[in-house]
Design a protein around this ligand. Structure first.
Ligand code: NAD
Length: 270
């Protein structure tokens, strides 16, 4: 487990000034953008990811810009690793008041082709991973006297989508986890989820490839199908998704708990 730390005058400014945050899946994509936006808003951030190279790079870039960060390699399916990663982050940042369970994987297949291994792996990373992050995160938030627990769900956690039985099951589970914990941990701990629609990341590229394979059409046809089905006519940027996390973590959302907020260019409203 590697720790990187620096001190910074930048943390005095911003809506999350002084906050101490643990983010999973922070090596790239949405998690990396969350870590950056939280830093920009004055938080100290512990980045974690299963990919050591990516998370070291993400944390190193932020540290070079003067932000206070730590990085660690944590597989969210490994309870001991989650517990240890959070304990180290808490020690380095002098406590934790915000936890973001963001790590996830995408799997796509017709039901007849989904193997037990694929289904269980999807549930294990996306749902069990969020559960373990929430379980050990809640411990630190209680020690802190309260805080905010956020999860990355998906629009696929709010509606069914073809060839996504595994992924939808896992993300509907995350929405349920958030609702149950919002009830159980109120009022000291707020618990919310963000449900991104199609968002510009490596995962989106994988989604296009898999859709193209399953539908036997070109990647361009898949992309134009996506754009047509989204009223905004485009995918979300990672910053647009990360900004929603900033809002939900901030005091502006002080009376919001138990919700899953869609960031989907109006796709779900149809
Ligand atoms: N990109 C989209 O269109 C989209 C849409 C809706 C929801 N999401 C969700 O957003 C979250 C982030 O996805 P992204 O688009 O940034 O994808 P991504 O693939 O770019 O990033 C996912 C990150 O999670 C990490 N990760 C994977 N398995 C892990 C594990 N077992 N332990 C710890 N880290 C692990 C990866 O190494 C990677 O850094 C995921 O939960 C995903 O399901 C993404």
């Amino acid at each position: 487990m590697e720790l990187l730390c620096a001190s910074s005058p930048l943390m005095d400014k911003g809506i999350l000034s002084g906050r101490r945050v643990f983010v999973t899946g922070a090596g790239r994509g949405i998690g990396r953008a969350i870590a950056r936006r939280f830093c920009e808003e004055g938080a100290r951030v512990a980045l974690s990811d299963i990919n050591g190279e990516d998370v070291t790079d993400a944390a190193g870039t932020l540290r070079d810009e003067g932000y206070v960060v730590t990085s660690s390699v944590v597989d969210v399916t490994d309870e001991r690793a989650v517990e240890e990663g959070m304990a180290l982050a808490s020690e380095a940042l002098e406590g934790l008041d915000t936890i973001v369970a963001n790590a996830g994987i995408l799997t796509l297949n017709p039901i007849s082709e989904i193997t037990m291994e694929e289904f269980e792996r999807t549930i294990r990373v996306n749902l069990t991973g969020a559960f373990l992050t929430a379980k050990h995160g809640a411990h630190h938030l209680r020690r802190n006297g309260g805080g905010v627990l956020l999860c990355t769900a998906s629009q696929a956690g709010l509606r069914g989508l073809p060839e996504m039985a595994s992924y939808c099951s896992s993300k509907f589970g995350v929405v349920g986890l958030v609702q149950a914990l919002a009830q159980e941990l109120a009022p000291e701990i707020r618990v919310c989820a963000v449900a991104p629609g199609v968002t510009e990341t490596v995962m989106q590229e994988a989604l296009v490839q898999e859709r193209s394979r399953i539908w036997s059409v070109s990647s361009d046809e898949v992309l134009s199908h996506f754009d047509r089905s989204i009223p905004f006519g485009r995918a979300a940027t990672v910053e647009e998704v990360a900004n929603t996390f900033v809002y939900l973590a901030s005091p502006l959302a002080s009376y919001i708990s138990g919700v899953t907020l869609a960031v989907d260019g109006a796709e779900l409203s149809g």
